[in-house]
Ligand binder design. Structure first.
Ligand code: NAD
Ligand code: LMR
Length: 328
């Protein structure tokens, strides 16, 4: 076996952490031949719970797990790390305004960006899961000037998987027969789940569905508001499906996307499709040679344009709000 890949997970004692760590440790993220060293970052009050999870990880005797280290200090947790999964975030609580939420998260993602800049491995790849994921990723990225900007990403793979699943259910196709679904914009209710280039068994999805009212009246709002629907049903936000999406995101990033298909990820915009340069927005992406590439040349009709613009406008607003706070 090769040298262990160091994987830092923040918020390791939270619910996503619990659904995520065992899958990373068992090789589902990086492969059965790649040993991993887990580095768990928590706030001091949650370190004991993280220690309990580490005991359970030991008890699994995973052949791919090289060991587990627990930290309450970001600099130590990111030192030498190859993959950083930033899951821990400050949830919105009663009476909290949007500005308060952005400011509280700035207090987490600014120092974490600085710590990644200071000590992460040269090949570090960062996935931000903690909400508001796109803007948290932007804050971290802006505080890591020595790390190539394209190593910072935000998770919209869960939205992508939700869209694939809804389309498969509607058409009776298998998930494996669905390709080229896209999530554009923000990981929020303004996101645009786009079927205009999607295929079902090689046929245009919109032709197979043949029901515009379903696309605009059911599909798009169901995917965009799925996070809220899960919270309503479970009394807690999605955890296993979010962990699964994080695994999918990193696996695609490291091992590549299948020929003829793409996925969705929040990546730093290069100005493609009119999304302002530097924003971390979801795009259709492929991964080749360990790097994301935005799929180019897709036709964007008027209705798609308006939906992309609306979600990107929200990202601009969030960026402007954290700029006022001095966070970017
Ligand atoms: P949780 O509250 O169960 O766990 C969060 C953990 O983060 C807690 O253990 C907390 O102690 C820890 N934490 C807080 N601040 C920290 C810091 N500065 N450093 C390290 N750890 C810290 O929450 P969860 O259900 O695991 O969700 C985590 C985040 O993921 C939330 O922001 C949630 O909204 C978000 N989320 C995103 C997606 C997505 O698709 N992008 C999907 C689901 C959930
Ligand atoms: C989700 O999409 O399930 C979460 O981002 C919802 C949330 O607000 O935590």
């Amino acid at each position: 076996m090769s040298q262990p890949v160091h994987v830092t997970v923040t918020g390791a004692a939270g619910q996503i952490g619990y659904a995520l760590l065992f899958r990373i440790a068992s090789g589902q993220m990086l492969g059965a031949d790649t040993p991993v060293r887990l580095r768990l970052l928590e706030i001091p009050q949650a370190v004991k719970a993280a220690e309990g999870t580490a005991m359970e990880l030991d008890d699994c005797a995973f052949p791919t797990l090289d060991g587990v280290d627990i930290f309450d200090d970001a600099r130590a947790a990111f030192d030498g790390t190859n993959v950083a999964l930033l899951v821990g975030a400050r949830p919105r609580t009663a009476g909290m305004e949007r500005g308060d939420l952005l400011s509280a998260n700035g207090g987490i993602f600014k120092p974490q960006g600085e710590a990644i800049n200071a000590g992460a491995a040269d090949d570090v790849r960062v996935l931000v899961v903690g909400n508001p994921a796109n803007t948290n990723a932007l804050i971290a990225q802006q505080h890591a000037p020595d790390v190539p900007a394209d190593r910072f990403t935000a998770m919209t793979r869960l939205d992508h998987n939700r869209a694939v699943s809804q389309l498969a259910t509607r058409t009776g196709a298998r998930v494996a027969d669905i390709a080229r679904v896209t999530i554009w914009g923000n990981h929020s209710a303004t996101q645009y789940p786009d079927l205009s280039h999607a295929t079902v068994g090689g046929r245009p999805a919109l032709e197979v569905v043949a029901d515009d009212a379903w696309v605009t009246g059911t599909f798009i709002p169901t995917v965009a508001k799925r996070g809220a629907a899960i919270i309503e049903a479970r009394g807690a936000s999605s955890a296993a499906s979010a962990a699964n999406a994080a695994i999918d995101h990193v696996r695609s990033w490291v091992h590549g996307t299948p020929a003829g298909d793409w996925t969705s990820a929040g990546v730093v915009s290069d100005g493609s499709y009119g999304v302002p340069e530097g924003l971390i927005s979801s795009f259709p992406v492929t991964s080749e040679g360990g790097a994301w590439r935005i799929v180019q040349g897709l036709e964007v009709d008027g209705s798609s344009r308006a939906r992309i613009d609306a979600s990107v406008a929200e990202l601009v607003e969030e960026r402007d709000a954290v700029r006022v706070l001095g966070l970017v």
